[in-house]
Design a protein. Sequence first.
Length: 347
Amino acid sequence: MLLTAPELLKDATRSVVVRAQARGGPVPSVILKHFRDDGVCGLDDWAGAEFLTRKGVELGPRFLAGDVAARLFVLEDLGRGPTLEALLRGGDARAAHGGLMATARNTGQLHVKTLGTQATYDLVRQALPPRPERVRVENARFLLDNEGRLLRWLAAVQAEAAPGTHEDLEEIARALADPGPLLAFTHGDMAPSNVLFTPGGPRLLDFEYAGMRHALYDALMWLVTVPFPDELVSRADITYRITLSAHCEAAQEDSVWARARATVALARTVNVFQWLPPRVLEEDREWAPGFSERAALLHHLARCRALLAPAEGFPGLARTLETLEARLRERWTVPPFSWPAFRQDER
């Protein structure tokens, strides 16, 4: 296969991404990814694409080849098209609505097709230089090892953790480390910019944080992390759940589903306070385009509170986060974020 007409797509700290025309190969053009600074993320990206290709799951680019020594692998080029973020930033509310529902449906299909495939995934990932720890165990360990960062936030707003907070964090960490029937291959970074709409439907890009973990980790995109109108959050949740429930009994029972959502929502909300230091009390910065760190913290707290309402358990951590939210809302007045596609609907 002869590669010609290279086009630089990304030259970030972590990786370099190039599109090239391919002569004599199975596809007309390819994507070359060279990971230079973070070997674990680069190899997780490689393993995710190769795993899905071997499984015949056509929800991302096909893996074609790779060279560990060169820190380089080659993917099918999915072509050009709008991302979910582009639809959300556009002026067509119907397209944005449909894009989110298609994303939720495809996410459910990804998980349905990979439920309980840890051994198969391990064959792919461990054939590469192995990662030091399974990603879901890494996530659980981070939650517990950095409990002190949450406590520093409480001290900064002159509040204390409610009794039972530590025990609730331990219970959540156990569920992350062992999600039972909800163990599936997850993308791990379901940002709207990582969903590309192609003639064959939505496809996922960039598997740098992929791995086998709690399936609802990917559902966090609409449940907690990205601001959407409440109606769309409910519709995306139902769409995803219906898709998953065809092959997963855990998605069929309301109480189990509510607890699963609360588990991942609590973990992610605590994570945000572990990632961001209390300096946000004094200085607000951009978290994402048009969305500040303070807005992100308050959004996570509000969405987490809404998801805890129908769930049972975690009373200590729930009270701690409610206290933290009340103290922060006393200090901050943050205008609500709205995607351009939905602004006409809100008038």
